[in-house]
Design a protein around this ligand. Structure first.
Ligand code: ACO
Length: 324
C-alpha cells in the first residue's frame, strides 16, 4: 500500500496592531514590569481591536499560509481550527474562514483542546493525509484571549494576548520528511486547575462572569513534567535524540517553564524558539506564530528537525516531530 506523509507546505500568522505593554498594565493593576519580566518573561502582548475576531485573524494567517504553499483554497480538503474563543459556537470559525477563503470543497471543524489545540489539529491533519483520504489540510489556531481575561485580576491578566497562526499540510510520498511522530494526552481529573467557567451552557454561580481561573503553581509544575515527557516520547518514537533537533518550539506560557523543559531535555538555549516577550500566551496560536517567525528569521530550512511541545487546560498535552 502507498505510504503518505504530511509535509509542511505553508505557514502564516496574524497579530492585532494594538500593543499592551507591561507599563500599560502597571496603570491597570498592582503589578510591575520587573515582576512580569522576571516571573513570566513577557514585555508586551497584542490585543484585538473592535471587529477583530478569531475568524478575521485566522483568515489573515490562513491566506499567508496558502500563499506560501502555493495552493488555491479550492484545493483544500479540510480546514481545522483550534480555538478557545470562537466568534460563535456555530457557525464554527472554520466555516467562517472557509466562506471567506472560498474553500468550497473543504470539510470544516473547530476543535477545543486549549493551548494544545495546534498539536491536536495537526494530529487530525496527519491522520487524514496519512490514511490517503486527503491531500491538503489547513490548520488554523486563532485566539482572542483578551475577551476571557479579567482585567482586574493581576494573577492572570498579565499573561495572555491575542493572535493567530496557520499551517498547510500536504500529502507526499517522500520518505523521511513531514510529520514523523506525535503524542497526544490529557488528564480530566486535573480539570479544576485551569478553567473558563460560564463559557458553555452550564452556569457556575460561584464565578462572576466568564474569566480564566488558574492555579498557577500547579499548572507550572504539571506543564514542566508533561511537556518534558512528551518531547522525549516523540523523539524516541521518531528514532531521534535531542542532538538531532534543529529547533524546539514549545508553547509560550512562561519563560521559566520553557527554560525548565530545555534544561530537562538538555536542549541548548540557541535551539529553543522564544517570542513570549512580544506576544504573551496566545494559547493554541503560540506554536504556529513561533513557527512562522522561525521561518521569517531563517532559523528553519528544508531537512531541519523541529519539535512542537504543548500543554493546556483540560488538562491536555501533546508533542510532535516535524522534518521540514
Ligand atoms: N504582579 C505582581 N505580583 C504578582 C502578580 C503580578 N501580576 N501576580 C501574582 N503576584 C504575586 C502573588 O500575589 C504572590 O504574592 P505573595 O507572595 O505576597 O502572596 C507572588 O506574586 C508570587 O505568586 P505566585 O503565584 O507564587 O507566583 P509564581 O512564581 O508561581 O508565578 C505564574 C505565577 C506566572 C502564574 C506562574 O505560576 C505560571 O506561569 N504558571 C503557569 C501558567 C501557565 O502555564 N498558563 C498556561 C496555561 S493557559 C492555557 O492553557 C489556556
Amino acid at each position: 500500500m502507498q505510504q503518505f506523509t504530511a509535509l509542511l507546505t505553508g505557514v502564516g500568522k496574524a497579530l492585532p496592531q494594538k500593543v499592551l505593554t507591561n507599563a500599560d498594565l502597571e496603570k491597570m493593576v498592582e503589578t510591575s514590569d520587573e515582576w512580569i519580566t522576571k516571573r513570566v518573561g513577557i514585555k508586551e502582548r497584542r490585543i484585538a481591536a473592535e471587529g477583530e475576531w478569531a475568524s478575521t485573524l485566522g483568515l489573515k494567517a490562513a491566506k499567508e499560509a496558502l500563499a506560501m504553499a502555493g495552493i488555491p483554497p479550492e484545493q483544500l480538503d479540510l480546514i481545522v481550527v483550534s480555538t478557545t474563543t470562537p466568534d460563535t459556537v456555530y457557525p464554527s470559525v472554520a466555516c467562517l474562514i472557509q466562506k471567506d477563503l472560498g474553500a468550497t470543497k473543504a470539510g470544516v471543524l473547530d476543535i477545543s483542546a486549549a493551548c494544545t489545540g495546534f498539536i491536536y489539529a495537526s494530529g487530525i491533519a496527519w491522520s487524514m493525509i496519512r490514511s490517503g483520504l486527503m491531500k491538503h489540510v489547513l490548520v488554523v489556531s486563532s485566539e482572542i484571549l483578551s475577551s476571557t481575561v479579567n482585567w482586574t485580576d493581576r494573577d492572570t491578566c498579565v499573561l495572555f494576548g491575542d493572535g493567530a497562526g496557520a499551517v498547510v499540510y500536504s500529502s507526499s510520498t517522500e520518505e523521511g520528511r513531514g510529520i514523523l511522530s506525535m503524542t497526544l494526552g490529557g488528564d480530566g481529573t486535573e480539570c479544576d486547575i485551569l478553567k473558563l467557567p460560564n463559557s458553555g451552557c452550564r452556569r457556575f454561580p460561584e464565578h462572576q462572569g466568564s474569566f480564566i481561573q488558574m492555579q498557577g503553581n500547579d499548572v507550572f509544575k504539571l506543564a514542566v513534567r508533561t511537556m518534558s515527557e512528551c518531547a522525549t516520547e516523540v523523539l524516541t518514537s521518531a528514532g531521534l535524540t535531542t542532538e538531532d533537533v534543529t529547533l524546539l518550539i514549545p508553547h509560550q506560557a512562561n519563560i521559566r517553564i520553557i527554560e525548565a523543559i530545555a534544561t530537562r531535555l538538555k536542549v541548548p538555549a540557541e535551539k529553543v524558539f522564544v517570542n513570549i516577550e512580544k506576544y504573551g500566551n496566545t494559547s493554541s496560536a503560540t506554536i504556529p506564530i513561533a513557527l512562522c517567525e522561525a521561518f521569517e528569521q531563517g532559523r528553519i530550512k528544508k531537512g531541519d528537525v523541529v519539535v512542537f511541545d504543548a500543554f493546556g487546560a483540560g488538562l491536555t498535552w501533546g508533542a510532535m516531530v516535524l522534518k521540514v
